[in-house]
Design a protein around this ligand. Structure first.
Ligand code: PRP
Ligand code: URA
Length: 206
């Protein structure tokens, strides 16, 4: 399933990020805010369990989240989505996957991995602003599955049709959430119109 989160606030903030003149501070702030808005929608169908609590006034049968939530940013750019989601889900655990995309071959290369225990019973949110060829997302999802994860959602800001198709083909069980589905990839594997190199724009490199 692919969900494109059409919401005026998300669209407006993403437009600010797309602008070539938007500097690091505003780029990061808009990403942070979009991440929070996306989290609200991504978590819409999370399962709940019944609990009994005592309020200051009375006994109460109510619900709380059934599963742990694990945020798994793909370094570096995925880090830009962590704070906004963590603000809504402060109990979330965080794992890390270090991948960089070779500029010539566009193939992902792993350089780091660190996960909390028990991905198997958790809802695992793999985070990366950019879904271009889908190579990085597919590699990350594979790494998470190898650690036993069953419930995985991929949360990206901007996707290209090529990347969406690649992830759907390799991992049909993984739901994909996007703030925008763009037109295509260019000859060097950048999303068009996209927003450029997300990692460089978040961290002020280049
Ligand atoms: C970017 C982006 C994704 C990947 C997308 O990361 O953040 O991880 O490219 O491309 P793909 O779908 O074709 O794999 P990059 O490798 O530039 O690393 P960075 O986040 O450290 O800048
Ligand atoms: N990675 C990025 O940061 N931007 C793109 O457009 C494609 C891959």
């Amino acid at each position: 399933m692919v969900t494109v989160l059409n919401h005026p606030l998300i669209t407006h903030k993403l437009t600010q990020m797309r602008k070539i003149d938007t500097k690091t501070k505003d780029f990061k702030q808009n990403l942070d805010e979009i991440a929070g808005l996306m989290a609200y929608e991504v978590c819409r169908d999370l399962p709940l369990k019944p609990v009994h609590v005592t309020t200051p006034v009375a006994e109460c049968d109510t619900f709380e989240l059934l599963n742990d939530i694990v945020l798994i940013p793909i370094l570096r750019a995925g880090l830009g989505l962590v704070n906004g989601i963590n603000n809504l889900i402060p109990t979330a655990k965080v794992g890390f996957i270090g991948l960089y995309r070779d500029e010539k071959t566009l193939m992902p290369h792993e350089y780091f991995a660190k996960f909390p225990s028990n991905l198997k019973d958790a809802v695992n949110l793999v985070l990366d602003p950019m879904l271009a060829t889908g190579g990085s997302a597919n590699a990350a999802i594979e790494m998470v599955k190898q650690r036993g994860a069953k419930n995985i959602k991929l949360v990206c800001l901007v996707g290209a049709p090529e990347g969406v198709e690649a992830v759907q083909k390799a991992h049909p069980d993984v739901d994909i959430y996007l703030a925008a589905l763009d037109k295509c990839l260019n000859e060097v594997g950048y999303i068009v119109p996209g927003l450029g190199d997300a990692g460089d724009r978040i961290f002020g490199t280049k």
